[in-house]
Design a protein around this ligand. Structure first.
Ligand code: AR6
Length: 183
């Protein structure tokens, strides 16, 4: 279900409510942990849908730091690639959580640019098991993506794939502060 679409320059930004594993985009982003070897939440769903080849490729990456990102193939997913990023665990906001969360979105967009990807879908990184406040995370996510668009010129579509309507509403409110309505 599409909640809001906005255009910024040549780029379409969509807020949707969906299961990210079903999306046919160039890359879906995974809210992983530093091991990159799977877990619960969206990470578990992505690994289940992609099949065991995904964790096999992830093993070759030897982990990922918080705020950083790695790219793999998508295997049995419709998406050609998975970009694995590690969001911060929320511990009250005074341990650099905001910057680390913004870094996840920036590093994922850098990989999109480097690999000439045209479409990418993000879950609401850190807002589940890692307990980052959803409103604060939505504002950081939208701002980081908007700021990164010039740095990833291959990207023509960015999807904020929310898992609930309240999450989509928060992203829509943040995105409404940027860009212009799509025709
Ligand atoms: N599609 C889209 N969004 C989803 C899906 C889905 N299929 N499933 C959950 N979400 P979380 P985190 C939403 O907990 O907070 C794992 O164990 C969910 O509602 O998946 O970054 C990792 O291995 C929430 O809004 O990720 C790490 O250890 C958002 O995705 C840890 O959890 C993120 O929730 C990462 O925690």
């Amino acid at each position: 279900m599409t909640v809001l679409t906005r255009r910024i320059g040549a780029v379409q930004l969509d807020i949707i409510v969906a299961d990210i594993t079903t999306l046919g985009v160039d890359a879906i982003v995974n809210a992983a942990n530093t091991s990159l070897l799977g877990g619960g939440g969206v990470d578990g769903a992505i690994h289940r849908a992609a099949g065991p080849e995904l964790v096999a490729e992830c093993r070759t990456l030897h982990g990922c730091n918080t705020g950083d990102a790695r790219i793999t193939k998508g295997y049995r997913l419709k998406a050609a690639h998975v970009i694995h990023t590690v969001g911060p665990v929320w511990t009250g906001g005074t341990s650099g959580e905001d910057d680390l969360l913004a870094s996840c979105y920036r590093r994922a967009m850098e990989l999109c640019g480097k690999h000439k990807l045209t479409s990418v879908a993000f879950p609401a990184i850190s807002t589940g098991i890692y307990r980052f406040p959803a409103d604060r995370a939505a504002e950081i996510a939208v701002r980081a993506i908007v700021e990164m668009l010039p740095g990833a010129p291959s990207v023509g579509r960015v999807v904020f794939c929310c898992f609930s309507e309240p999450s989509a509403k928060l992203h829509a409110e943040a995105l409404a502060r940027h860009g212009s309505p799509c025709a």
